[in-house]
Design a protein around this ligand. Sequence first.
Ligand code: AMP
Ligand code: MG
Length: 479
Amino acid sequence: MKFSNLKLTTPYLCHDSLFYDRVEPTPLENPFLIAYSQSAAELLGVDEDIGMDSALVSILNGEEKLEGSESFAMCYAGHQFGHYVPRLGDGRAINLGKVNGQNLQLKGSGVTLYSRLGDGRAVLRSSIREFLMSEAMHGLGIETSRALALIGSKTDVKRERMEKGAILLRLSPTWVRFGTFEYFYYANEHEKLKELADYVIAESFSQLQGSEDMYAKMYEQIVKNTATTIAKWQSVGFNHGVMNTDNMSIDGRTIDYGPFAFLDDYQKYYVCNHTDREGRYSFSSQPGIGHWNLKALAVALSPILEYERAEDILDELYGSTYESVFSEIMYAKMGLELEDEDDRGLYHWMLRAMENASIDYSMFFRELSSFNGDKSAILDRAVNREPLSAWLDAYAKRLEIESTSQQERHQKMLQINPKYVLKNFLLQEAIEKAQQDDFSMIKELLVVALSPFEEHPKLQHLYRSAPLQEKNKKLSCSS
Ligand code: AMP
Ligand code: MG
């Protein structure tokens, strides 16, 4: 199947115009293909090389349409940094329709009814970041929207300085957000709220259709999915940066990549988003914010699911799901299979030691995955050796009670501790090259993004820690 031969449907348009704005994309000037993910294309049932599809660029640029495609922007609201904003919506995203369970959406394709004062555009810099990070998140085994392809252009877009506009075609099984429910709740459109819930159940939780207590079960699933995704973020050291309720997917997957970052050196209170002055969305706040956002969703669902009931579900399922997913991953990252009463202490000591040693978070675990008693490979990567040295002694002792062989342990650890992580300094290098029309590093990063646990001998240069001045920097929200 060829990409340009896909036939789309538009189930979301079964709703009335409160749900969306019918709008056409505004093309960019002189569009050209920058990158694409064949792996994402496979989700659509496309098996022909999309890079060879002559219509790909014009479809991304809104100049050609896939059969059945009818474009629209979705309306939603949301709590931004804790404050309710009654109407947000796709201000620069335009949906094209659905195929094979994936909703196709352009990002950066011009103004919509929901653009407010914005220009509806996305700059090349942030589009490269979202393209690569979507695919990397998938490569890490974390639920996420995907990125099919990215085009650049000669269209000027004004941010802090003039930049060039780009359009990303992204895919998700749903683009409904917590904030979509909040929109109908606060607008007092409770019939529409129920209509939306029924739609979400059909689209994302079809196993619940027709069951008793359907809305409670839907909320349970949303709670579990959200807790699971956030536990996985914490395990890989991912800081999302803008966990507003409009950026929370209703099925719990990661969406809306803005000023995100992977931790460079382990820093519990790291804040990647420059505008987040109070650290609301700091790395260590993410699990708590997930809970806050689910509570906001419980309020929005209250016309169809009694609030106290939702609160009980949240209390019962959120913390327990988070803890079980997170601790299972973290002990696996440490290579500990048996349970020992001192393991919790060893784990907390490890985090403190990492923080005091100033060591790259993901490299620490990757190096730990081939630890054979010789501490130097790990200690050589730390600024301060002492705190980690003592911990490694205790760790080596703890490994003695494990029953699996060292070889087997290493093999398993290498499958859970990624070698290649798209740290911001690497993305920045790729962006600077792209701004000089050299897209080669984007292609390299895509390869490691999609298989981060494998060795890529030719791409070994992508396994490094950030230069000192680049470590744990903050990023601007402008995109
Ligand atoms: P974000 O936090 O980046 O997901 O965006 C928050 C809201 O602002 C969403 O409703 C976006 O659609 C909207 N938005 C962000 N950037 C622009 C832009 N350049 N033009 C129009 N709307 C935008
Ligand atoms: Mg958003």
